[in-house]
Design a protein around this ligand. Structure first.
Ligand code: PMP
Length: 279
């Protein structure tokens, strides 16, 4: 894998960041993961728009412009020759003496890398994944793609230890999202997913799925489902940049009939087509 740190390209294994980087000390940073399909960057403008929104909301100053990150992404793509994979990018508030309040002036650090990544297992794509419900214990700005992922890591690990692929988080408002995925339920042909706002990351894939559903006449309602409502759905699926759409075959002890799923597979197919056409 090829990395980029503040102006220098180098092997990822040799890439170094400062110990006093505020990302390392405080988790004071933002990240994005952009997919590479067929040697092309997929939906990079959408990812950079979300990055910019996060940087503005977190009062970052002098942060790398989306156009600059886009240029470096193309360089990483070219130099690495990667055809199927991801570009990871992280911007922190910079290296500064350890002090909670922001450094003056802010001098953000930019770290990126490109690496090959396999597409998810066909087994998961066709036959579904197991999930568990966990409490959503995150802060109230889940719309910001912060590198503070301790709750997400903690509950993903819990899921894995219980033989599940993903943990679905439940807030007092209802079901929010997975640890690195958005969550959808289908009941009587209607698709339900949590509304954007402060409780979920506005997934780029989620947004594309809603557009595709609208285009093919599938009704979508954005609301927080209760755990009972989710258990009672006819179909459940999750989405993200790297996994696209995966059907859910189990939540806790409740099983779902993936072989009878209709809406999920229609949307999976549409998203696949859309990806091929728009990369
Ligand atoms: N929710 C969370 C918490 C995530 O980390 C991700 C992955 N970025 C998603 C949802 C899915 O977002 P996207 O479709 O933009 O990858």
């Amino acid at each position: 894998p090829l990395a980029y740190v503040n102006g220098e390209f180098e092997d990822l294994e040799n890439a170094k960041v400062d110990a006093l980087d505020r990302g390392f000390i405080y988790g004071d940073g933002l990240y994005e993961v952009v997919a590479i399909y067929g040697g092309k960057l997929y939906q990079i403008d959408e990812h950079l728009e979300r990055y910019k929104n996060g940087a503005e909301e977190m009062l970052f100053e002098n942060y790398p412009a989306p156009e600059e990150i886009k240029k470096i992404s193309h360089e990483l793509l070219e130099k690495s020759g990667i055809k199927e994979g991801i570009i990871y990018l992280e911007v922190t508030r910079g290296t500064a003496p350890r002090k909670h309040s922001f450094p003056e002036p802010q001098k953000p650090n930019l770290f990126m890398f490109a690496k090959e990544a396999p597409r998810p297992d066909a087994e998961f794509k066709n036959n579904g994944i197991k999930t568990i419900l966990v409490p959503d214990e995150r802060w109230n700005r889940c719309n910001v793609k912060s590198i503070n992922l301790l709750p997400n890591c903690f509950y993903k690990e819990k899921a894995n230890r219980e033989g599940a692929y993903e943990a679905i988080q439940v807030h007092r408002l209802g079901v929010t999202e997975g640890t690195s995925t958005n969550v959808f339920g289908v009941k009587d042909g209607v698709v339900y997913t949590a509304p954007t706002g402060q409780r979920i990351l506005p997934g780029i894939t989620r947004d594309t799925i809603l557009k595709l559903a609208d285009r093919i006449g599938i009704k979508v309602v954005e609301k927080f489902l209760s755990p009972e409502e989710l258990y009672n759905c006819d179909e459940v699926f999750i989405s993200s940049t790297t996994i696209k759409i995966l059907p859910v075959k189990q939540i806790d002890q409740v099983t779902f009939p993936v072989s009878d799923y209709k809406t999920t597979f229609v949307l999976q197919e549409e998203l696949e087509k859309y990806t091929l056409e728009n990369r």
